[in-house]
Design a protein around this ligand. Sequence first.
Ligand code: GRF
Length: 222
Amino acid sequence: MKRVVVLASGSGTNLQALMEHAEQSKHWKVVGVITNTPGATCIKRANKQGIAGAVIDHTAFDSRESFDYALAEKVAQFAPDLVVLAGFMRILTPVFVERYLGRLVNIHPSLLPKYPGLNTYQRAIDAGDRHAGATVHFVTAELDGGPPVIHGKVSIDAADTADTLSKRILTEIEHNIFAQAVDWFCTNQLDFQAGKAYLNNDLIPAEGFSWPLETPLPTTSS
Ligand code: GRF
């Protein structure tokens, strides 16, 4: 059983989806959830499932590096195989990223490499894009710049606002593609070598696999 630690800052609907998938899997389980936000709903969700939660309040630290060191130490206590950033709203420095390189994934609400950073939905609407989406990628020192694993897209309707778009991407895309990526990693199909992502030893396309997969790839999650 692979051990997955989830870092989250807010509501934790991605965490919820991951915990529900984990319950169906014999290959991985969520062993701990860490937040930087005291009182965050994600910890309540974890506790409800009997999963340990921890709070490391970033405002108690005087530098990003000192926070990242404390966070990395807390993560290490859970002895994770994989660390998952599920709406973790802190930029991580190399102090954290280098320690967990190759076993650290994030979900970002855009079709990377488009729109790293914040306000992704509004930026896609303002640019007149026909599609928006989300991407799971390995984390490197470059913000939202590590190699994509899988993405999914929705079309942008004329009536869409950042709010309607974000809700659709969250429920239709994020809650599905994240579990797929974790599943691949925890069945030893997905890995990171020299800055690139591979699935079953094949280089993953630059924008990641497109979900839903045309030809479902083998998975042994349940
Ligand atoms: C998601 O949209 C994720 O892509 C972004 O933050 C949001 C977190 O949502 N990084 P939730 O806390 O999982 O509901």
